[in-house]
Design a protein around this ligand. Structure first.
Ligand code: ADE
Length: 225
């Protein structure tokens, strides 16, 4: 898979993608990740990429010119062009899975300031994605989140021993049960006995019950239907 990120802050997008699992996936040739500075497609002497809103309103908007030129240059016939924006469709595990399975080429465009000129969205964007109901200063952070979530699902990225199958959101209606490691008694805090019993049916039942309690407490919205 190949992922190109178009942003005013390439270092911010790439920093979290240069360590650990994603670093190894890149080195193993499972994915190629590149970041491009949108300013390189600015045409005036100040390398301007934003301007005031038509009709008034606070803040600045990204100009269509540099975005049309950059996307035109980076896009290929197999490219899915994604815009990171708080106005986008919620980015969920199911979306990450779809994009990982589709593979090919992603071009992730990062919104900055108050967003991008709507003609860019109408003409060039296949999918608008939001990583949550809050506003970041910088779409490059959101692009790194989306890239990380997709790349770890690519075959081979997690290595043989680990599987993305039995974690929270592989079943999108339930969070994971609490988990414990050694020691069995840490400063008087005990690991639940059932987990040390070796009784697999009881352990499975306990995990189901605890996952349900946790989901009820933290994410009741998942249980609504
Ligand atoms: N840019 C700023 N906030 C964002 C969000 N919540 N999701 C995606 N892109 C963003």
């Amino acid at each position: 898979m190949e992922i190109d990120i178009l942003t005013l802050f390439p270092e911010i997008a790439l920093a979290p993608l240069g360590e650990s699992i994603i670093k190894r996936a890149r080195e193993a040739g499972i994915v190629a990740i590149r970041a491009h500075n949108l300013r390189d497609w600015a045409t005036d002497k100040h390398r301007r990429t934003d301007d005031y809103l038509c009709g008034g309103g606070q803040g600045m908007l990204m100009l269509p010119g540099p975005l049309f030129d950059a996307i035109g240059e980076l896009k290929r016939p197999d490219t899915t062009v994604i815009l990171m924006t708080p106005q986008g469709k919620p980015f969920k595990q199911a979306v990450a899975r779809e994009l990982a399975e589709k593979g090919g080429h992603l071009l992730i465009v990062c919104g900055h300031y108050e967003g991008v000129d709507h003609r860019v969205i109408e003409q060039l964007i296949d999918l608008e994605l939001s990583i949550g109901d809050y506003v970041l200063t910088n779409g490059a952070i959101a692009a790194a989140v989306v890239t990380d979530a997709i790349v770890r699902l690519l075959p081979g990225a997690l290595g043989d021993a680990r599987s993305p199958e039995d974690e929270s959101f592989s079943d999108p209606k339930m969070l994971e049960a609490p988990a414990y490691t050694k020691p069995a008694d840490f400063r008087g805090l005990k690991v639940p006995e059932v987990l040390l019993s070796g009784h697999h049916a009881k352990i499975t039942e306990w995990k189901k019950q605890k996952a349900l309690e946790r989901t009820r407490a933290n994410r009741p919205d998942l249980l609504e239907d």
